[in-house]
Structure formats: structure tokens, C-alpha cells
Design a protein around this ligand. Structure first.
Ligand code: PHB
Length: 395
């Protein structure tokens, strides 16, 4: 793998050597603390986001106003107490200027409370926890990825309209899984659909989905609507295929289930799913095409929606830093810059909503299909500029 030139990266925040910054008169680097999973069920997601951030900063030259941008990486292990401890370490020991992370909603909940007290900007490049850009929003917490509700509320009416009248819901048993199933259920029931069963397998320990699939089989829904990502998505898709339910029950859900990041491990088992995503690699724009070419050259992988979020996050940070002239001491000035910049990202034109601190973006509904010998995405619908209501957020 080719490593970008401009970006120093270390897992040991306290021990970091900062190269050129030690030279007399050199400007202080801009330190970005990155708290993502590099182990456990979401490790591939953490790596994808990190690689894409490094790619973006490297392409942009890796410096603002003479200050080198340095990423200092810590492993959240997909555990709220660990994510919180790592965020504190980065702020209090490494003295980072801002934080980026995490992937999982429950880890984000723990980190958000801390950054709100410490008054350090936290840019969330994945975790969709609705509360953080809703009832529990904070001026210091901004999200460049999605809210859980943004992904699922479009799916209820869409599936109902296509003739799916009953649904069984299944998701990893933690904040994100519950929020996504609640959001889907509300939109599906409001559209006239009926939920005939629910199951929540544990996040970090479930290996065997057969007992849950047996319940689905008995309930005979028109569709099984799911949220799984990372390792669980790979295992679930293979087991669903092997269980033989595909021909009778349409598999649908939040689109990460068959992310390009997981497709190579899932193979043909991933065909025949209907889902929603905020980025599809085939999006035909110059920014998306260049991102795919350069990400592939760097990592030998297709750029997933996780990588797209990492890339766009870095680009937004870079533009905001340019606007503050590379200054990071005045956190509210940086946050104001994050609100006022508008970038053309991998996902098209992007901006952060001042009312919620959540991103406004287009969403895609797709089906997975075998095409040209491999499973790929067929876009069925595009829903433009999906924006959350403030839901009690006052900024
Ligand atoms: C979350 O926990 O918010 C989460 C994790 C993985 C995803 C999406 C959402 O793919």
C-alpha cells in the first residue's frame, strides 16, 4: 500500500514524534485526534474511513497556513467506555485541536457528552445516533455521515408502495439497531404496513443467526428488514443465503448490509437485497470518479460509503481550516467555518445543517444484482437532499 506523504499517523498519541514541527520557528501542527474501531466487529470500517481521510488530506497538500495536519489515531474497540477514555487521552495528553470519530452510535453517545463539556469539536464520520443531532445536540458535535433515521425512514413508504405489506425487523442489539428499527417501523406503519416480529441479536458476540432466522421463517413476512454492518453483515448475508429464505422473503434494510467493503467476502450470497445508501461507487460525477481511481490506487479496494464519508469529512475540515486561516484556538470560529463551507464531495454537494449539525445529502434506494460475473448495485430511486427535522435540537 502506498502511504500518503503529508500525513503523520500514529496509534500511540503520547509517544508521537512530530518530525519537522520540532524545527526552530516551524508552525505548530494541527492535531486531529481520530477515535475509530481498529479492532472488533467494525475494524474494517474504521480502517476504510482512516485511509480515505489520509487520501483526501494528502491530495489537498496536507497543510493549512503552513501548519501540517497530523492525524493521531486511537482504537475505540467498539466500546463506549474505551471510546470515551481514548477521546479524553487525545484531548488532555496529546492536546488535539479537534476530534474525528466514532463508527458506532453507543460510542458516539459517550464521546459527545465529554466533548460538550471539554468544548472540543467532534466531527462524526459515521455513527448515526439520532439523539446527537436531535434532542441531545451540542454546538460541538457535527456529523458528516448520516443520522440513523435518515437511512431508514425513506424505506417504509417505498417498500409498502412496492407491495410489501408485512415486515419482520432484525438488527444488532445496541443504540443504532434500535433507532433504525424504530425509524423504519414508524414510516412503514404510517404507510399502512404491519410489523409481524422483531429480533435483536447481540452486536459483538453473535456468530449464529439460525435461531433468529427460524423465527422469521415462522412469521412468514413479505420482507425481512435488517441493520447489520461490519463482521455481522458478512456473517448474516451468508447465513441468510444458506438458510434458503431468499426465494420466499425479500431481504431489505439499511444498505450497509451489502457495502462494497463487505461484498468481496459475501460473494454471490449478497445478490437480491434492497437497501438505502448515501453513496454508491458508480455515481457518475468527476469527484466520485477521481475518488474511486485514487482510493483504489492507494488501497486496492473499491471506495465504499464509509470511505466516501471519511474523504468528505477531511475535505470539509480542510476547507473550514482554510477559512479560519489555519487557526484552531477559537473553537466556535472553526465550527462557524464548518457551517459555512459547502463542498463538492464524493456524495455531491454537501453542507452541514445549522439547525441540527447533521449533514444534508441525497439518498439512494438500490437492489443488488449479479452483473458481469459479480454482485453490483442497480439504483432504483434517488431521494434528493434528505434533511432531518430538529426534533428538539436548539442550536
Ligand atoms: C452506528 O452504530 O451508528 C452505525 C454503525 C455501522 C454502520 C452504520 C451505523 O454501518
Amino acid at each position: 500500500m502506498k502511504f500518503p506523504r503529508a500525513i503523520a499517523l500514529t496509534a500511540a498519541a503520547g509517544l508521537m514524534t512530530l518530525g519537522a514541527s520540532g524545527a526552530v520557528g516551524a508552525a505548530e501542527p494541527i492535531k486531529i485526534g481520530v477515535v475509530l474501531p481498529y479492532s472488533s466487529v467494525y475494524a474494517t470500517i474504521g480502517n476504510d474511513i482512516t485511509d480515505a481521510m489520509r487520501l483526501a488530506f494528502d491530495e489537498l497538500g496536507g497543510k493549512v497556513a503552513g501548519r501540517e495536519i497530523v492525524l493521531i489515531r486511537e482504537d475505540s474497540e467498539v466500546k463506549p467506555n474505551v471510546g470515551l477514555a481514548k477521546a479524553k487521552k487525545l484531548v488532555h495528553q496529546a492536546g488535539v485541536d479537534l476530534l474525528v470519530g466514532p463508527v458506532a452510535s453507543h460510542v458516539a453517545g459517550a464521546m459527545a457528552q465529554f466533548v460538550n463539556q471539554a468544548k472540543i469539536p467532534l466531527l462524526i464520520p459515521n455513527a448515526g445516533n439520532n439523539l446527537l443531532t436531535g434532542e441531545q445536540c451540542s454546538p460541538y458535535v457535527l456529523r458528516t455521515s448520516f443520522s440513523n433515521d435518515q437511512f431508514v425512514r425513506i424505506m417504509g413508504p417505498w417498500l409498502k408502495k412496492k407491495g410489501y405489506n408485512t415486515a419482520f425487523l432484525m438488527a444488532s442489539d445496541y443504540a443504532a439497531g434500535h433507532q433504525m428499527m424504530e425509524g423504519f417501523k414508524k414510516s412503514f406503519v404510517e404507510a399502512g404496513g404491519k410489523v409481524v416480529g422483531e429480533a435483536f441479536p447481540p452486536l459483538r458476540t453473535t456468530k449464529d443467526y439460525a435461531p433468529y432466522l427460524a423465527k422469521v421463517k415462522a412469521a412468514k413476512p413479505d420482507t425481512l428488514f435488517v441493520f447489520f454492518a461490519g463482521g455481522p453483515a458478512i456473517q448474516f448475508v451468508k447465513q441468510y443465503d444458506a438458510f434458503g429464505l431468499k426465494k420466499d422473503i425479500q431481504l431489505s434494510g439499511a444498505g450497509w448490509l451489502t457495502s462494497p467493503l463487505f461484498l468481496p467476502a459475501q460473494g454471490d450470497a449478497a445478490a437480491g437485497f434492497i437497501g438505502s445508501l448515501n453513496y454508491i461507487p458508480s455515481i457518475d460525477t468527476p469527484t466520485s470518479k477521481a475518488f474511486q481511481t485514487n482510493f483504489k490506487a492507494m488501497t486496492d479496494r473499491v471506495g465504499s460509503e464509509f470511505a466516501a464519508q471519511g474523504y468528505d469529512t477531511a475535505k470539509l475540515i480542510f476547507e473550514a481550516l482554510k477559512q479560519t486561516g489555519g487557526k484552531t484556538d477559537d473553537k466556535m470560529a472553526f465550527i462557524e467555518a464548518m457551517h459555512s463551507v459547502k463542498i463538492t464531495g464524493t456524495r455531491g454537494s454537501l453542507r452541514i445543517d445549522r439547525k441540527t449539525n447533521n449533514i444534508i445529502q441525497d439518498m439512494y434506494i438500490f437492489e443488488t444484482k449479479k452483473m458481469g460475473g459479480k454482485v453490483g448495485y442497480n439504483i432504483l430511486d434517488t431521494i434528493k437532499a434528505v434533511q432531518d427535522a430538529p426534533k428538539g435540537c436548539k442550536l
